[in-house]
Design a protein around this ligand. Structure first.
Ligand SMILES: NC(=O)c1ccc[n+]([C@@H]2O[C@H](COP(=O)([O-])OP(=O)(O)OC[C@H]3O[C@@H](n4cnc5c(N)ncnc54)[C@H](OP(=O)(O)O)[C@@H]3O)[C@@H](O)[C@H]2O)c1
Length: 279
């Protein structure tokens, strides 16, 4: 099985379904990723903060690098120039590869200049250590500021996106500016799966609730990164391209927006460490 791709500003092709690996720490990442590669996934999403890059590297070493699209992210505490370069090199070594297809700033860090971080990203791109650069969890203000201080195209913004958090203004801005939106937590960590509208549509289309939710996102040209450890779910989440939601049904899901995050709570407590940002 293969999935469609979307074209990045570099002309690289990004598969519209990727394998999420959050919380799959250490060796726990290996079996689900092997299953996904076996099913046909080629796009893998990781991050230095997920604590799985060395284990992932062992799995990926047995696969043709040219066939893979690998994304990683630099922690918010590593956004100084030298730290970005160092973090990227560690990730490359851990993943046993010479380049990343996409490297993202994992979280904005208001305590570090985004100009400095983007300068480091530009260096990584020039040195061909990363093929595309992007950001994650950036709101409109942060994204437009980052664009303003760099000539490097910001290819992707990976944000929390699902029926309960649709962020239409941010998505529209990204798409108008040729920035691909990737949906982190596209299933809202399962919270949307028992919504009565989703369940009803699943029955109507003879699909699972997860397939309805993921199909709705890809119909909006949003790339999805579902995480699963189950072979059945991994297969389902990839099998989204032989059906279409009727416009009315698509709109019923649009109507579920509650502006409610499962993880990206902007008014977060700074007593909690946010990816090392408090350090
Ligand atoms: N940039 C960021 O800050 C950020 C933040 C969050 C996430 N992400 C990325 O996005 C990926 C996905 O987000 P997430 O891991 O937070 O949550 P998610 O994909 O929304 O939800 C994962 C949960 O859904 C279940 N699931 C998956 N497929 C299913 C299916 N077909 N039917 C029923 N349940 C299903 C999984 O359980 P099973 O294992 O049992 O299938 C798991 O409990 C992450 O792994 C990561 O790569 C990035």
């Amino acid at each position: 099985m293969t999935v469609p791709t979307t074209t990045l500003p570099s002309d690289d092709e990004l598969p519209v379904v990727g394998k999420g690996t959050y919380e799959l720490e250490g060796e726990t990442v290996q079996e689900p990723v092997e299953m996904a590669l076996d099913v046909g996934y080629t796009h893998i999403d990781t991050a230095e903060g997920y604590m799985n890059e060395p284990s992932l590297g062992e799995v990926l070493a047995d696969h043709d690098r040219d066939e893979l699209f690998l994304t990683s992210k630099v922690l918010a505490k590593h956004l100084n120039y030298e730290s970005v370069i160092e973090a990227a090199k560690t990730t490359l070594e851990d993943l046993q590869t010479d380049y990343l297809d996409l490297y993202l700033i994992h979280w904005p860090n208001p305590a570090i200049s985004v100009r400095e971080t983007m300068d480091a990203m530009a260096t990584l791109e020039e040195q061909e250590l990363v093929r595309n650069v992007g950001v994650s969890n950036f709101d409109l203000y942060q994204l437009s500021a980052a664009q303003h201080v760099t000539d490097v195209p910001i290819a992707v913004n990976q944000i929390e996106f699902h029926p309960y958090l649709q962020r239409p203004e941010l998505v529209e801005y990204c798409q108008e500016n040729d920035i691909v939106v990737e949906a982190a937590a596209p299933l809202a960590r399962t919270e949307v799966l028992d919504d009565p509208v989703i369940e009803e549509l699943a029955e109507e289309y003879d699909r699972t609730p997860a397939q309805i939710v993921l199909r709705w996102a890809v119909e909006k040209d949003v790339v999805v990164l579902p995480r699963s450890t189950s072979r059945k779910h991994i297969e389902q989440n990839f099998d989204l391209f032989d059906f279409e939601l009727e416009a009315d049904d698509h709109a019923r899901i649009d109507d579920l927006d509650r502006d409610e995050p499962v993880y990206d709570d902007r008014a977060r407590s700074w007593d909690d460490d946010v990816w090392g940002m408090a350090e």
